[in-house]
Design a protein around this ligand. Structure first.
Ligand code: ZN
Length: 248
């Protein structure tokens, strides 16, 4: 039974680092914006979530993020997020590294989170970096004059990494530091196909960490993992947290 194996392994681990991807939030009822809404069907995120789109098609760009923020406001962290909060409180988890921009780990109550792709919870000036509340991006934009601007004149944009941009250094460094301070890595809901995020399990393997994967579909790292569970995170993690709450 992979679940029992996973629990046994995690019992033995001193401290673990967690890496989460999109599969972590699927049970939060966030509709897939690629397929659920006719408005966006014609546009792939790879062409919308870019600096070029912000500059050249700002009305579409800001409408896209307003739509995504609306979806987020209606959705909630799920049982898997809550289980990770429990495990952090018990000192099992050192840090959560996430590829997700939904901010659900923090909303659920996790305190040590490295958001390596940034977050939709904040906005910032594209030019000077000043931070703003994401509320600035929730106002409808009817004309180009209404696109949100910083005092410096720069555009205010979502605090996420856009396609083609490098990852922010600090969260990635915090991710690497956590790997170096842990003896196990739990990967949840990530297909591990996007670099540089996929470099993190590689680093964990090099450092000799135990590797555990919870994901619906196979990943390129399954062969290197000590346990692989193909099941929804919202089913598996509460059972893990419950089991680890009791001493053997
Ligand atoms: Zn500015």
């Amino acid at each position: 039974m992979p679940l029992k194996l996973l629990i046994d392994e995690m019992r033995k681990a001193r401290r673990m680092v967690v890496l989460t991807g999109a599969g972590m939030s699927t049970e939060s009822g966030l509709p897939d914006f690629r397929s659920s809404d006719g408005l966006w069907r014609k546009h792939r995120p790879e062409t919308l979530a870019t600096v070029e789109a912000m500059r050249e098609r700002p009305l579409l760009f800001y409408e896209f993020y307003r739509y995504r923020l609306d979806l987020l406001a209606k959705a909630q962290p799920n049982a898997a997020h809550a289980a990770l909060v429990e495990l952090e409180k018990r000192g099992r988890i050192k840090r959560i590294i996430t590829q997700n921009v939904d901010g659900f780990h923090s909303r659920a109550g996790s305190t040590d989170v490295a958001e390596i792709h940034g977050t939709l919870r904040h906005a910032r000036c594209h030019d000077c970096g000043r931070q703003f509340s994401a509320k600035v991006l929730q106002k409808p934009v009817q004309s180009i004059d209404e696109t949100p601007r910083c005092d410096c004149g720069g555009r205010i944009r979502p605090g996420v990494v856009l396609f083609g941009e490098p990852l922010p250094e600090k969260p990635f460094q915090r991710a690497v530091q956590a790997i170096e301070a842990c003896d196990g890595m739990l990967i949840i809901g990530s297909s591990l196909q996007v670099y540089p995020a996929a470099a993190l399990p590689e680093h964990a393997i090099k450092r000799g960490l135990r590797l555990w994967i919870i994901n619906m579909a196979p990943t390129p790292f399954d062969h290197a993992a000590h346990v692989v569970v193909h099941a929804p995170a919202g089913e598996v993690l509460p059972q893990v947290a419950e089991a680890l709450a009791h001493r053997l």
